[in-house]
Design a protein around this ligand. Structure first.
Ligand code: NI
Length: 167
């Protein structure tokens, strides 16, 4: 299938999704104090704050250890990420949730700007993902969007247990 015709629209749809999900993260964590954000409302499962820290970290991994590498090197091997062995995640959970959410949103805006300016050639640069083998920037960005959506659903569940979900 010729990429020149089908690509840009798919890319725009993905950018809209990535933008909307960040808005959901902001909405689902808004209007709550730190003690509610950090409360594990489902026993032994991540709090809203821990979920936000996870999304903040995964976004950082995507930008710094995946996107940058794929744009700078030819078909690099992308490092694996193990959230259960990430000291930065643990540190982040001790910082105020409002800071983590603000920095996640700020980095998301930068990321979206950057993705919007990428050429089709850049979107299709290749890398070797530890789990999904060969892929391009687009497929990795889609993977990250779906991963995030899964956690946004969990944020919704947690938030609904803390009262009315903001519209
Ligand atoms: Ni995850």
């Amino acid at each position: 299938m010729p990429e020149s015709k089908t690509c840009p629209e798919a890319h725009l749809r993905l950018l809209e999704r990535v933008h909307a999900q960040a808005n959901d993260v902001q909405r689902l964590t808004s209007g709550l104090h730190e003690n509610h954000l950090s409360k594990r409302v489902v026993p032994d499962r991540w709090s809203l704050k821990e979920l936000a820290c996870h999304l903040r970290r995964v976004q950082e991994i995507f930008v710094r250890e995946r996107l940058d590498l794929m744009l700078e090197q030819d078909n690099p091997e992308l490092p694996a990420y193990d959230p259960d062995a990430d000291p930065r995640f643990v540190e982040m959970t001790k910082e105020p949730a409002s800071e983590t959410i603000a920095s996640y949103l700020e980095e998301r805006a930068h990321l979206l700007d950057r993705l919007k300016k990428m050429t089709p050639e850049q979107w299709h640069r290749q890398g070797r993902h530890p789990v999904y083998s060969q892929g391009d920037v687009y497929s990795l960005a889609e993977y990250h969007a779906h991963h995030e959506a899964h956690h946004v659903y969990q944020m919704y569940q947690r938030r609904a247990l803390l009262g009315r979900v903001p519209e």
